[in-house]
Design a protein around this ligand. Sequence first.
Ligand SMILES: [Zn+2]
Length: 626
Amino acid sequence: MIRFILKPQESDPTLVFAGEELMAHLEELMVWRKWAAGREEYPVTLMTDPRQFSCRKDAFRYRFTEEEGIIIGNHARSVLLGVYDYLKEIGFLFLKPGREGTRIPVVTDCGQLFREVDTKEASFYHRGVCIEGANSVEHALDFVDWLPKIGCNSFFLQFRKPDVFFERWYEHQNNPLLKKVIKSRRELDEMEESLTRAMGIRGMLDHRMGHGWTGEALGYSNTGWRREDELQEKEMALAAEIDGRRQLFKGIPANTNLCYSHPEVKRRLEELVVTYAREHPNVSYLHFWLADECNNICECDECTATTLSDQYIELLNGIDRRLTEEGLPTKIVFLLYQELLLAPMKEKLKHTDRFCLMFAPISRTFEKSYPRELPSVELPPYERNRFRLPRTLEENLSYYKIWKDKFDGDSFFYDYPLGRAHYGDFGYMKVAKIIYDDIHALKELGADGYISCQELRAGLPTTFPNYVMGESLAREEASYEEIKKSYFSALYGGSSEAVEKYLETLSGYSDMDYFNGHGLRYRPEKEGDFLKIEETAQDFLTQIPYLWEDTKEHEGTRKQLSFHANYCIRLSRALAALCSGKSEEADGLFGEFCSYIREKESDMHSVLDVYRVIEVAVKYTGFHLH
Ligand SMILES: [Zn+2]
Protein backbone atom coordinates (compact mmCIF):
# COMPACT_ATOMS: atom_id res chain seq x y z
CA MET A 1 0.00 0.00 0.00
CA ILE A 2 1.19 3.52 -0.72
CA ARG A 3 1.05 5.87 2.23
CA PHE A 4 0.87 9.39 0.80
CA ILE A 5 2.42 12.34 2.59
CA LEU A 6 1.15 15.58 1.08
CA LYS A 7 2.95 18.83 1.84
CA PRO A 8 2.48 21.56 2.81
CA GLN A 9 -1.26 20.82 2.90
CA GLU A 10 -2.73 17.35 3.27
CA SER A 11 -5.98 18.63 1.79
CA ASP A 12 -4.57 20.22 -1.39
CA PRO A 13 -7.00 18.82 -4.02
CA THR A 14 -4.38 18.79 -6.78
CA LEU A 15 -1.90 16.82 -4.64
CA VAL A 16 -4.67 14.42 -3.64
CA PHE A 17 -5.51 13.95 -7.31
CA ALA A 18 -1.83 13.52 -8.21
CA GLY A 19 -1.65 10.71 -5.63
CA GLU A 20 -4.77 9.05 -7.00
CA GLU A 21 -3.40 9.19 -10.53
CA LEU A 22 -0.08 7.70 -9.48
CA MET A 23 -1.79 4.90 -7.59
CA ALA A 24 -4.32 4.10 -10.33
CA HIS A 25 -1.63 3.78 -12.99
CA LEU A 26 0.79 1.74 -10.87
CA GLU A 27 -2.03 -0.64 -10.00
CA GLU A 28 -2.24 -1.49 -13.71
CA LEU A 29 1.18 -3.11 -13.43
CA MET A 30 1.30 -6.67 -12.20
CA VAL A 31 4.93 -6.29 -11.14
CA TRP A 32 3.99 -3.37 -8.91
CA ARG A 33 1.05 -5.17 -7.34
CA LYS A 34 3.24 -8.14 -6.48
CA TRP A 35 6.02 -5.99 -5.10
CA ALA A 36 3.65 -3.80 -3.06
CA ALA A 37 1.86 -6.86 -1.65
CA GLY A 38 5.07 -7.95 0.03
CA ARG A 39 5.42 -4.71 2.01
CA GLU A 40 3.50 -3.15 4.80
CA GLU A 41 3.56 0.29 3.26
CA TYR A 42 5.44 2.40 0.78
CA PRO A 43 5.67 6.11 1.67
CA VAL A 44 5.33 8.59 -1.20
CA THR A 45 5.75 12.30 -0.54
CA LEU A 46 4.05 14.73 -2.93
CA MET A 47 5.23 18.17 -2.12
CA THR A 48 4.97 21.74 -3.32
CA ASP A 49 7.93 23.95 -2.54
CA PRO A 50 8.52 26.89 -4.90
CA ARG A 51 11.64 27.94 -2.95
CA GLN A 52 13.48 24.93 -4.30
CA PHE A 53 13.06 26.13 -7.89
CA SER A 54 14.13 29.43 -9.32
CA CYS A 55 11.68 29.62 -12.19
CA ARG A 56 8.10 30.58 -12.95
CA LYS A 57 7.61 27.73 -15.43
CA ASP A 58 6.37 24.37 -14.16
CA ALA A 59 9.26 22.45 -12.64
CA PHE A 60 9.58 19.22 -10.69
CA ARG A 61 11.98 16.51 -9.72
CA TYR A 62 11.41 13.04 -8.35
CA ARG A 63 13.02 9.99 -6.87
CA PHE A 64 11.56 6.53 -6.46
CA THR A 65 13.70 4.02 -4.54
CA GLU A 66 12.89 0.75 -2.83
CA GLU A 67 12.34 2.65 0.43
CA GLU A 68 10.28 5.63 -0.67
CA GLY A 69 9.05 7.88 -3.44
CA ILE A 70 9.11 11.67 -3.55
CA ILE A 71 7.95 14.22 -6.14
CA ILE A 72 8.60 17.90 -5.49
CA GLY A 73 7.27 20.67 -7.70
CA ASN A 74 7.07 24.45 -7.66
CA HIS A 75 3.29 24.21 -7.88
CA ALA A 76 0.77 21.46 -7.11
CA ARG A 77 0.10 21.32 -10.87
CA SER A 78 3.81 20.68 -11.42
CA VAL A 79 3.67 17.74 -8.99
CA LEU A 80 0.89 16.25 -11.12
CA LEU A 81 3.02 16.87 -14.22
CA GLY A 82 5.82 15.10 -12.34
CA VAL A 83 3.54 12.09 -11.75
CA TYR A 84 2.82 11.80 -15.48
CA ASP A 85 6.47 12.32 -16.31
CA TYR A 86 7.43 9.49 -13.97
CA LEU A 87 4.79 7.25 -15.51
CA LYS A 88 6.14 8.04 -18.98
CA GLU A 89 9.65 7.36 -17.71
CA ILE A 90 8.60 3.81 -16.73
CA GLY A 91 6.91 3.25 -20.09
CA PHE A 92 3.35 4.57 -19.96
CA LEU A 93 2.22 6.52 -23.03
CA PHE A 94 -0.73 8.86 -23.27
CA LEU A 95 -1.53 8.81 -26.96
CA LYS A 96 -4.99 10.33 -27.04
CA PRO A 97 -7.80 11.56 -24.79
CA GLY A 98 -9.83 8.98 -22.91
CA ARG A 99 -8.92 5.75 -21.15
CA GLU A 100 -8.25 3.89 -24.39
CA GLY A 101 -5.54 6.43 -25.18
CA THR A 102 -3.26 5.15 -22.40
CA ARG A 103 -0.69 2.49 -23.27
CA ILE A 104 0.31 0.37 -20.31
CA PRO A 105 3.88 -0.88 -20.47
CA VAL A 106 5.01 -4.43 -19.92
CA VAL A 107 7.30 -4.19 -16.89
CA THR A 108 8.84 -7.47 -15.80
CA ASP A 109 11.38 -6.34 -13.22
CA CYS A 110 10.34 -4.09 -10.34
CA GLY A 111 13.79 -2.49 -10.49
CA GLN A 112 12.51 -0.65 -13.58
CA LEU A 113 10.10 1.26 -11.34
CA PHE A 114 12.86 2.93 -9.36
CA ARG A 115 13.95 6.14 -11.00
CA GLU A 116 15.57 9.39 -10.07
CA VAL A 117 15.07 12.43 -12.24
CA ASP A 118 16.70 15.77 -11.49
CA THR A 119 14.88 19.07 -12.00
CA LYS A 120 12.88 19.24 -15.22
CA GLU A 121 11.63 22.67 -16.13
CA ALA A 122 8.97 23.15 -18.82
CA SER A 123 10.27 24.94 -21.90
CA PHE A 124 7.39 27.46 -21.93
CA TYR A 125 5.09 28.92 -19.31
CA HIS A 126 1.84 28.95 -21.31
CA ARG A 127 0.98 25.54 -22.76
CA GLY A 128 -2.58 24.75 -23.65
CA VAL A 129 -5.69 24.63 -25.75
CA CYS A 130 -8.79 26.76 -26.25
CA ILE A 131 -12.14 25.08 -26.87
CA GLU A 132 -13.70 25.27 -30.35
CA GLY A 133 -15.88 22.99 -32.44
CA ALA A 134 -18.72 20.83 -31.10
CA ASN A 135 -18.30 18.96 -27.83
CA SER A 136 -20.15 16.75 -25.43
CA VAL A 137 -19.15 17.27 -21.82
CA GLU A 138 -17.38 13.89 -21.94
CA HIS A 139 -15.32 14.95 -24.97
CA ALA A 140 -14.23 18.08 -23.14
CA LEU A 141 -13.52 16.28 -19.84
CA ASP A 142 -11.44 13.63 -21.59
CA PHE A 143 -9.49 16.36 -23.32
CA VAL A 144 -8.83 18.32 -20.12
CA ASP A 145 -7.70 15.08 -18.49
CA TRP A 146 -5.30 14.45 -21.38
CA LEU A 147 -3.68 17.91 -21.39
CA PRO A 148 -1.36 17.49 -18.37
CA LYS A 149 -0.56 13.96 -19.53
CA ILE A 150 1.05 15.47 -22.65
CA GLY A 151 2.70 18.23 -20.61
CA CYS A 152 0.18 21.08 -20.94
CA ASN A 153 -0.98 23.33 -18.10
CA SER A 154 -3.77 25.55 -19.49
CA PHE A 155 -7.31 25.27 -20.79
CA PHE A 156 -9.45 28.06 -22.15
CA LEU A 157 -13.24 27.97 -22.02
CA GLN A 158 -14.46 30.80 -24.23
CA PHE A 159 -17.31 33.19 -23.43
CA ARG A 160 -19.13 33.75 -20.15
CA LYS A 161 -20.90 30.48 -20.78
CA PRO A 162 -19.39 28.02 -23.28
CA ASP A 163 -22.91 26.98 -24.36
CA VAL A 164 -22.29 27.23 -28.08
CA PHE A 165 -19.74 24.41 -28.08
CA PHE A 166 -22.06 22.05 -26.21
CA GLU A 167 -25.16 22.99 -28.19
CA ARG A 168 -23.45 22.24 -31.48
CA TRP A 169 -22.90 18.69 -30.25
CA TYR A 170 -26.12 17.93 -28.39
CA GLU A 171 -28.26 19.48 -31.11
CA HIS A 172 -26.13 17.60 -33.66
CA GLN A 173 -25.84 20.64 -35.85
CA ASN A 174 -24.72 19.60 -39.34
CA ASN A 175 -25.91 16.04 -38.80
CA PRO A 176 -29.66 15.57 -39.36
CA LEU A 177 -29.26 11.79 -38.92
CA LEU A 178 -28.77 12.12 -35.15
CA LYS A 179 -31.49 13.13 -32.74
CA LYS A 180 -31.33 16.74 -31.62
CA VAL A 181 -31.31 17.19 -27.85
CA ILE A 182 -31.95 20.59 -26.30
CA LYS A 183 -30.09 21.11 -23.03
CA SER A 184 -31.59 23.23 -20.28
CA ARG A 185 -29.85 26.18 -18.66
CA ARG A 186 -29.22 24.02 -15.60
CA GLU A 187 -27.70 21.19 -17.63
CA LEU A 188 -25.43 23.58 -19.50
CA ASP A 189 -24.34 25.14 -16.21
CA GLU A 190 -23.57 21.71 -14.76
CA MET A 191 -21.40 20.90 -17.75
CA GLU A 192 -19.44 24.10 -17.30
CA GLU A 193 -19.10 23.43 -13.58
CA SER A 194 -17.76 19.95 -14.16
CA LEU A 195 -15.12 21.37 -16.49
CA THR A 196 -14.22 24.05 -13.98
CA ARG A 197 -13.77 21.33 -11.35
CA ALA A 198 -11.68 19.23 -13.74
CA MET A 199 -9.35 22.15 -14.40
CA GLY A 200 -9.26 23.12 -10.72
CA ILE A 201 -8.37 19.65 -9.49
CA ARG A 202 -5.45 19.58 -11.93
CA GLY A 203 -4.33 23.07 -10.83
CA MET A 204 -4.50 24.23 -14.43
CA LEU A 205 -4.27 27.81 -15.57
CA ASP A 206 -7.88 28.69 -16.19
CA HIS A 207 -8.46 31.04 -19.17
CA ARG A 208 -11.91 32.53 -19.79
CA MET A 209 -14.05 34.88 -21.81
CA GLY A 210 -12.44 36.46 -24.92
CA HIS A 211 -14.98 37.93 -27.33
CA GLY A 212 -18.46 38.75 -26.15
CA TRP A 213 -17.84 41.70 -23.82
CA THR A 214 -19.03 44.16 -26.44
CA GLY A 215 -22.34 42.35 -26.85
CA GLU A 216 -22.72 42.03 -23.10
CA ALA A 217 -22.24 45.79 -22.68
CA LEU A 218 -25.21 46.19 -25.02
CA GLY A 219 -27.30 43.88 -22.83
CA TYR A 220 -27.01 40.61 -24.78
CA SER A 221 -26.02 37.25 -23.29
CA ASN A 222 -22.44 36.17 -23.76
CA THR A 223 -22.57 32.56 -24.83
CA GLY A 224 -21.30 32.48 -28.40
CA TRP A 225 -21.87 34.07 -31.78
CA ARG A 226 -25.64 34.00 -31.63
CA ARG A 227 -27.62 36.24 -33.97
CA GLU A 228 -29.89 38.54 -31.95
CA ASP A 229 -32.72 41.01 -32.34
CA GLU A 230 -31.74 44.55 -33.33
CA LEU A 231 -30.59 47.02 -30.72
CA GLN A 232 -32.98 48.78 -28.42
CA GLU A 233 -33.25 52.51 -29.11
CA LYS A 234 -31.69 53.37 -25.74
CA GLU A 235 -28.56 51.28 -26.41
CA MET A 236 -27.98 52.51 -29.93
CA ALA A 237 -25.68 55.38 -28.95
CA LEU A 238 -23.23 52.81 -27.51
CA ALA A 239 -22.67 50.85 -30.73
CA ALA A 240 -20.07 51.85 -33.29
CA GLU A 241 -21.29 54.29 -35.92
CA ILE A 242 -20.68 52.99 -39.44
CA ASP A 243 -21.91 54.84 -42.52
CA GLY A 244 -23.98 57.00 -40.20
CA ARG A 245 -25.79 54.07 -38.56
CA ARG A 246 -25.40 52.40 -35.17
CA GLN A 247 -26.55 48.79 -35.11
CA LEU A 248 -25.40 45.22 -34.52
CA PHE A 249 -22.76 44.14 -37.00
CA LYS A 250 -24.56 41.64 -39.26
CA GLY A 251 -26.87 40.93 -36.32
CA ILE A 252 -24.24 39.32 -34.08
CA PRO A 253 -23.37 41.04 -30.76
CA ALA A 254 -20.03 39.20 -30.30
CA ASN A 255 -18.89 40.58 -33.68
CA THR A 256 -20.01 44.15 -32.97
CA ASN A 257 -17.68 46.94 -31.94
CA LEU A 258 -18.77 49.82 -29.73
CA CYS A 259 -18.22 53.55 -29.66
CA TYR A 260 -15.22 53.31 -27.36
CA SER A 261 -15.05 57.05 -26.73
CA HIS A 262 -18.51 57.01 -25.18
CA PRO A 263 -18.09 57.30 -21.37
CA GLU A 264 -20.95 54.86 -20.73
CA VAL A 265 -19.26 52.23 -22.92
CA LYS A 266 -16.06 52.55 -20.90
CA ARG A 267 -17.97 52.42 -17.64
CA ARG A 268 -19.95 49.34 -18.62
CA LEU A 269 -16.95 47.41 -19.95
CA GLU A 270 -14.85 48.15 -16.86
CA GLU A 271 -17.71 47.17 -14.60
CA LEU A 272 -18.32 43.90 -16.45
CA VAL A 273 -14.66 42.86 -16.33
CA VAL A 274 -14.10 43.81 -12.70
CA THR A 275 -17.30 42.12 -11.54
CA TYR A 276 -16.33 38.98 -13.43
CA ALA A 277 -12.84 38.93 -11.90
CA ARG A 278 -14.29 39.43 -8.42
CA GLU A 279 -16.79 36.60 -8.84
CA HIS A 280 -14.34 34.15 -10.45
CA PRO A 281 -11.18 33.88 -8.35
CA ASN A 282 -10.47 30.54 -10.10
CA VAL A 283 -9.81 32.39 -13.36
CA SER A 284 -6.09 33.04 -13.74
CA TYR A 285 -6.19 34.66 -17.18
CA LEU A 286 -9.17 36.76 -18.12
CA HIS A 287 -9.30 37.58 -21.82
CA PHE A 288 -10.60 41.02 -22.72
CA TRP A 289 -11.08 41.20 -26.47
CA LEU A 290 -13.18 43.42 -28.69
CA ALA A 291 -15.36 42.35 -31.64
CA ASP A 292 -14.66 39.14 -33.56
CA GLU A 293 -15.04 40.78 -36.99
CA CYS A 294 -13.05 43.61 -38.51
CA ASN A 295 -14.09 46.70 -40.42
CA ASN A 296 -16.87 47.70 -38.08
CA ILE A 297 -15.14 50.29 -35.93
CA CYS A 298 -16.72 53.56 -34.96
CA GLU A 299 -16.59 56.49 -37.37
CA CYS A 300 -17.82 59.20 -34.98
CA ASP A 301 -15.67 62.33 -34.65
CA GLU A 302 -14.19 61.38 -31.30
CA CYS A 303 -13.32 57.82 -32.29
CA THR A 304 -11.78 58.86 -35.61
CA ALA A 305 -9.51 61.29 -33.75
CA THR A 306 -7.64 58.30 -32.33
CA THR A 307 -6.97 54.65 -33.20
CA LEU A 308 -8.78 51.50 -32.07
CA SER A 309 -5.64 50.22 -30.34
CA ASP A 310 -5.20 53.49 -28.43
CA GLN A 311 -8.79 53.18 -27.25
CA TYR A 312 -8.15 49.55 -26.34
CA ILE A 313 -5.15 50.51 -24.20
CA GLU A 314 -7.21 53.19 -22.46
CA LEU A 315 -9.86 50.59 -21.64
CA LEU A 316 -7.22 48.15 -20.40
CA ASN A 317 -5.63 50.77 -18.16
CA GLY A 318 -9.07 51.62 -16.76
CA ILE A 319 -9.72 47.94 -16.00
CA ASP A 320 -6.31 47.60 -14.36
CA ARG A 321 -6.97 50.64 -12.17
CA ARG A 322 -10.24 49.21 -10.94
CA LEU A 323 -8.78 45.71 -10.36
CA THR A 324 -5.90 47.25 -8.39
CA GLU A 325 -8.31 49.27 -6.25
CA GLU A 326 -10.13 46.06 -5.38
CA GLY A 327 -6.92 44.12 -4.79
CA LEU A 328 -7.74 41.55 -7.47
CA PRO A 329 -4.71 39.69 -8.91
CA THR A 330 -6.42 38.46 -12.13
CA LYS A 331 -4.20 38.74 -15.20
CA ILE A 332 -5.76 40.38 -18.23
CA VAL A 333 -4.97 38.98 -21.67
CA PHE A 334 -5.14 41.46 -24.53
CA LEU A 335 -5.36 40.40 -28.13
CA LEU A 336 -3.49 41.39 -31.26
CA TYR A 337 -5.97 40.48 -33.95
CA GLN A 338 -7.93 42.20 -36.74
CA GLU A 339 -7.41 46.00 -36.50
CA LEU A 340 -5.78 45.51 -33.09
CA LEU A 341 -2.77 44.15 -34.96
CA LEU A 342 -1.91 47.81 -35.47
CA ALA A 343 0.04 49.06 -32.46
CA PRO A 344 -1.23 52.11 -30.55
CA MET A 345 0.16 55.52 -31.50
CA LYS A 346 0.16 57.25 -28.11
CA GLU A 347 -1.21 55.14 -25.27
CA LYS A 348 0.85 52.70 -23.23
CA LEU A 349 -0.10 50.07 -20.67
CA LYS A 350 0.74 51.39 -17.22
CA HIS A 351 1.30 48.18 -15.26
CA THR A 352 3.02 45.61 -17.44
CA ASP A 353 2.63 42.87 -14.81
CA ARG A 354 -1.15 42.99 -14.97
CA PHE A 355 -1.20 42.08 -18.66
CA CYS A 356 -0.34 39.32 -21.04
CA LEU A 357 -0.03 39.95 -24.78
CA MET A 358 -1.64 37.40 -27.03
CA PHE A 359 -0.79 37.38 -30.72
CA ALA A 360 -3.28 35.61 -33.00
CA PRO A 361 -2.15 35.40 -36.64
CA ILE A 362 -5.46 33.96 -37.83
CA SER A 363 -4.93 34.76 -41.51
CA ARG A 364 -1.49 33.13 -41.76
CA THR A 365 -0.47 30.34 -44.08
CA PHE A 366 -0.07 26.86 -42.60
CA GLU A 367 2.06 25.65 -45.46
CA LYS A 368 5.11 27.07 -43.73
CA SER A 369 6.26 27.76 -40.19
CA TYR A 370 7.10 30.98 -38.38
CA PRO A 371 10.50 32.37 -39.33
CA ARG A 372 13.20 32.11 -36.68
CA GLU A 373 13.55 35.88 -36.33
CA LEU A 374 11.15 38.77 -36.42
CA PRO A 375 10.73 40.12 -39.94
CA SER A 376 10.00 43.72 -40.69
CA VAL A 377 8.13 44.18 -43.93
CA GLU A 378 6.48 47.37 -45.04
CA LEU A 379 2.85 47.42 -43.97
CA PRO A 380 0.06 48.96 -46.03
CA PRO A 381 -1.29 52.33 -44.84
CA TYR A 382 -4.30 51.92 -42.60
CA GLU A 383 -7.69 53.11 -43.75
CA ARG A 384 -10.57 52.96 -41.26
CA ASN A 385 -13.02 50.15 -42.04
CA ARG A 386 -11.05 49.17 -45.15
CA PHE A 387 -8.60 46.97 -43.28
CA ARG A 388 -7.23 43.94 -45.06
CA LEU A 389 -5.97 41.11 -42.85
CA PRO A 390 -2.28 40.39 -43.39
CA ARG A 391 -1.77 37.42 -45.68
CA THR A 392 1.76 36.29 -45.08
CA LEU A 393 3.50 35.24 -41.91
CA GLU A 394 5.98 38.06 -42.43
CA GLU A 395 3.23 40.66 -42.58
CA ASN A 396 1.54 39.21 -39.50
CA LEU A 397 4.76 39.17 -37.54
CA SER A 398 5.70 42.70 -38.60
CA TYR A 399 2.60 43.98 -36.82
CA TYR A 400 3.53 41.93 -33.78
CA LYS A 401 7.07 43.32 -33.79
CA ILE A 402 5.83 46.90 -33.53
CA TRP A 403 3.64 45.94 -30.57
CA LYS A 404 6.49 44.06 -28.90
CA ASP A 405 8.61 47.20 -29.03
CA LYS A 406 5.91 48.91 -26.96
CA PHE A 407 5.16 46.11 -24.50
CA ASP A 408 7.81 43.93 -22.92
CA GLY A 409 5.63 41.92 -20.54
CA ASP A 410 4.38 38.35 -20.60
CA SER A 411 3.15 37.01 -23.93
CA PHE A 412 2.14 33.95 -25.88
CA PHE A 413 0.97 33.01 -29.36
CA TYR A 414 -2.58 31.91 -30.00
CA ASP A 415 -2.77 29.92 -33.18
CA TYR A 416 -5.11 27.80 -35.26
CA PRO A 417 -3.37 24.83 -36.91
CA LEU A 418 -6.06 22.47 -35.58
CA GLY A 419 -8.92 24.94 -35.92
CA ARG A 420 -9.52 24.81 -39.68
CA ALA A 421 -6.38 24.20 -41.69
CA HIS A 422 -5.81 20.65 -40.42
CA TYR A 423 -8.76 19.36 -42.44
CA GLY A 424 -6.72 20.22 -45.52
CA ASP A 425 -3.90 17.92 -44.40
CA PHE A 426 -5.13 14.40 -45.05
CA GLY A 427 -2.23 12.66 -43.30
CA TYR A 428 -1.81 15.14 -40.39
CA MET A 429 1.95 14.79 -40.80
CA LYS A 430 2.46 18.20 -42.38
CA VAL A 431 0.46 20.04 -39.73
CA ALA A 432 2.31 18.16 -36.98
CA LYS A 433 5.67 19.28 -38.33
CA ILE A 434 4.44 22.86 -38.77
CA ILE A 435 3.35 22.86 -35.12
CA TYR A 436 6.70 21.48 -34.02
CA ASP A 437 8.66 24.08 -36.01
CA ASP A 438 6.36 26.93 -34.92
CA ILE A 439 6.90 26.06 -31.27
CA HIS A 440 10.63 25.96 -31.82
CA ALA A 441 10.56 29.50 -33.20
CA LEU A 442 8.63 30.97 -30.26
CA LYS A 443 11.63 31.85 -28.13
CA GLU A 444 13.33 33.75 -30.92
CA LEU A 445 10.05 35.59 -31.46
CA GLY A 446 9.95 36.57 -27.79
CA ALA A 447 6.88 34.57 -26.71
CA ASP A 448 6.59 32.39 -23.62
CA GLY A 449 4.13 29.82 -24.88
CA TYR A 450 1.33 28.83 -27.13
CA ILE A 451 -2.39 28.25 -26.85
CA SER A 452 -4.01 26.36 -29.68
CA CYS A 453 -7.53 27.45 -30.61
CA GLN A 454 -8.92 24.19 -31.91
CA GLU A 455 -11.40 21.38 -32.17
CA LEU A 456 -10.95 19.04 -29.22
CA ARG A 457 -11.62 16.10 -31.48
CA ALA A 458 -8.81 16.49 -33.98
CA GLY A 459 -7.86 12.82 -34.17
CA LEU A 460 -8.35 11.67 -37.75
CA PRO A 461 -6.13 9.93 -38.75
CA THR A 462 -4.20 10.42 -35.46
CA THR A 463 -3.86 12.79 -32.50
CA PHE A 464 -0.18 13.09 -33.36
CA PRO A 465 -0.35 16.88 -34.05
CA ASN A 466 -1.73 17.55 -30.55
CA TYR A 467 0.71 15.10 -29.02
CA VAL A 468 3.65 16.85 -30.70
CA MET A 469 2.28 20.19 -29.50
CA GLY A 470 2.16 19.18 -25.84
CA GLU A 471 5.39 17.27 -25.80
CA SER A 472 7.41 20.00 -27.48
CA LEU A 473 5.95 22.85 -25.42
CA ALA A 474 6.95 20.97 -22.28
CA ARG A 475 10.26 19.66 -23.55
CA GLU A 476 11.61 21.53 -26.55
CA GLU A 477 14.78 19.43 -26.57
CA ALA A 478 12.80 16.37 -27.72
CA SER A 479 13.46 15.84 -31.41
CA TYR A 480 10.59 15.51 -33.86
CA GLU A 481 11.85 12.11 -34.93
CA GLU A 482 12.00 10.89 -31.33
CA ILE A 483 8.41 11.97 -30.60
CA LYS A 484 7.19 10.52 -33.90
CA LYS A 485 8.90 7.20 -33.39
CA SER A 486 7.52 6.63 -29.91
CA TYR A 487 4.00 7.70 -30.91
CA PHE A 488 3.76 5.62 -34.07
CA SER A 489 5.35 2.49 -32.74
CA ALA A 490 3.04 2.52 -29.71
CA LEU A 491 0.00 3.02 -31.92
CA TYR A 492 0.75 0.80 -34.89
CA GLY A 493 3.31 -1.71 -33.64
CA GLY A 494 5.14 -3.57 -36.40
CA SER A 495 3.23 -1.71 -39.11
CA SER A 496 4.18 1.74 -37.86
CA GLU A 497 6.60 2.46 -40.70
CA ALA A 498 4.03 1.52 -43.33
CA VAL A 499 1.39 3.79 -41.74
CA GLU A 500 3.82 6.64 -41.35
CA LYS A 501 4.88 6.39 -44.98
CA TYR A 502 1.25 6.33 -46.09
CA LEU A 503 0.32 9.36 -44.00
CA GLU A 504 3.39 11.27 -45.19
CA THR A 505 2.34 10.56 -48.79
CA LEU A 506 -1.17 11.88 -48.13
CA SER A 507 0.27 14.99 -46.46
CA GLY A 508 2.62 15.54 -49.36
CA TYR A 509 -0.32 15.91 -51.76
CA SER A 510 -2.37 18.01 -49.31
CA ASP A 511 -2.86 21.77 -49.26
CA MET A 512 -4.00 23.24 -45.96
CA ASP A 513 -4.29 26.75 -47.34
CA TYR A 514 -6.60 25.67 -50.14
CA PHE A 515 -8.97 23.99 -47.68
CA ASN A 516 -8.76 27.04 -45.42
CA GLY A 517 -10.06 29.25 -48.24
CA HIS A 518 -6.82 31.02 -49.13
CA GLY A 519 -6.40 32.00 -52.77
CA LEU A 520 -8.51 31.29 -55.83
CA ARG A 521 -10.89 28.33 -55.80
CA TYR A 522 -10.21 27.60 -59.47
CA ARG A 523 -6.80 25.96 -59.30
CA PRO A 524 -6.70 23.27 -62.00
CA GLU A 525 -3.03 22.54 -61.28
CA LYS A 526 -4.10 21.03 -57.94
CA GLU A 527 -6.42 18.43 -59.43
CA GLY A 528 -3.64 15.88 -59.93
CA ASP A 529 -2.63 16.11 -56.26
CA PHE A 530 -6.17 15.59 -55.01
CA LEU A 531 -6.62 12.60 -57.31
CA LYS A 532 -3.36 11.19 -55.95
CA ILE A 533 -4.80 11.40 -52.44
CA GLU A 534 -7.78 9.37 -53.59
CA GLU A 535 -5.55 6.80 -55.28
CA THR A 536 -3.20 6.51 -52.27
CA ALA A 537 -6.12 5.98 -49.89
CA GLN A 538 -7.73 3.42 -52.23
CA ASP A 539 -4.49 1.51 -52.32
CA PHE A 540 -4.06 1.62 -48.54
CA LEU A 541 -7.56 0.24 -48.02
CA THR A 542 -6.50 -2.92 -49.80
CA GLN A 543 -3.39 -3.22 -47.59
CA ILE A 544 -5.12 -2.94 -44.21
CA PRO A 545 -5.96 -6.67 -43.94
CA TYR A 546 -2.28 -7.52 -44.42
CA LEU A 547 -0.97 -4.97 -41.92
CA TRP A 548 -3.00 -6.07 -38.89
CA GLU A 549 -4.65 -9.37 -38.22
CA ASP A 550 -8.39 -9.44 -37.96
CA THR A 551 -8.39 -9.80 -34.17
CA LYS A 552 -10.05 -7.97 -31.31
CA GLU A 553 -6.73 -6.31 -30.46
CA HIS A 554 -6.43 -4.61 -33.85
CA GLU A 555 -10.11 -3.95 -34.42
CA GLY A 556 -9.96 -0.27 -33.43
CA THR A 557 -6.89 0.45 -35.57
CA ARG A 558 -8.33 -1.26 -38.64
CA LYS A 559 -11.67 0.43 -38.23
CA GLN A 560 -10.27 3.93 -37.78
CA LEU A 561 -7.83 3.69 -40.67
CA SER A 562 -10.51 2.26 -42.98
CA PHE A 563 -12.87 5.05 -42.04
CA HIS A 564 -10.11 7.58 -42.61
CA ALA A 565 -9.23 6.15 -46.04
CA ASN A 566 -12.88 6.30 -47.09
CA TYR A 567 -13.09 9.85 -45.77
CA CYS A 568 -10.00 10.81 -47.83
CA ILE A 569 -11.37 9.18 -50.99
CA ARG A 570 -14.66 11.09 -50.82
CA LEU A 571 -13.29 14.46 -49.76
CA SER A 572 -10.35 14.51 -52.17
CA ARG A 573 -12.67 13.65 -55.07
CA ALA A 574 -14.82 16.62 -54.17
CA LEU A 575 -11.75 18.85 -53.92
CA ALA A 576 -10.48 17.66 -57.31
CA ALA A 577 -13.78 18.77 -58.88
CA LEU A 578 -13.82 22.06 -56.97
CA CYS A 579 -10.34 23.14 -58.01
CA SER A 580 -11.13 22.26 -61.65
CA GLY A 581 -14.04 24.65 -61.66
CA LYS A 582 -16.72 21.92 -61.78
CA SER A 583 -18.62 23.37 -58.87
CA GLU A 584 -21.88 21.52 -59.35
CA GLU A 585 -20.10 18.17 -59.50
CA ALA A 586 -17.99 19.25 -56.50
CA ASP A 587 -21.10 19.97 -54.44
CA GLY A 588 -22.58 16.60 -55.37
CA LEU A 589 -19.40 14.79 -54.31
CA PHE A 590 -19.21 16.88 -51.15
CA GLY A 591 -22.78 15.78 -50.38
CA GLU A 592 -21.65 12.15 -50.67
CA PHE A 593 -18.77 12.86 -48.30
CA CYS A 594 -21.17 14.47 -45.80
CA SER A 595 -23.55 11.50 -45.97
CA TYR A 596 -20.69 9.11 -45.30
CA ILE A 597 -19.31 10.90 -42.23
CA ARG A 598 -22.78 11.58 -40.85
CA GLU A 599 -23.69 7.90 -41.04
CA LYS A 600 -20.50 6.94 -39.25
CA GLU A 601 -20.54 9.69 -36.67
CA SER A 602 -21.86 7.61 -33.77
CA ASP A 603 -18.88 5.30 -34.18
CA MET A 604 -16.20 7.83 -34.98
CA HIS A 605 -17.15 10.87 -32.89
CA SER A 606 -14.14 10.61 -30.60
CA VAL A 607 -11.74 11.36 -33.46
CA LEU A 608 -13.71 13.51 -35.91
CA ASP A 609 -15.76 16.66 -35.31
CA VAL A 610 -18.37 16.19 -38.06
CA TYR A 611 -20.00 19.53 -37.26
CA ARG A 612 -16.79 21.44 -37.73
CA VAL A 613 -15.34 19.80 -40.86
CA ILE A 614 -18.63 20.48 -42.66
CA GLU A 615 -18.76 24.04 -41.35
CA VAL A 616 -15.22 24.80 -42.52
CA ALA A 617 -15.77 23.17 -45.91
CA VAL A 618 -18.84 25.31 -46.50
CA LYS A 619 -17.69 28.57 -44.93
CA TYR A 620 -14.10 28.60 -46.18
CA THR A 621 -13.36 25.91 -48.79
CA GLY A 622 -16.25 26.82 -51.04
CA PHE A 623 -18.58 23.80 -51.04
CA HIS A 624 -22.36 24.15 -50.90
CA LEU A 625 -24.69 21.88 -48.99
CA HIS A 626 -27.90 21.10 -50.80
ZN1 LIG B 1 -17.38 56.57 -31.56
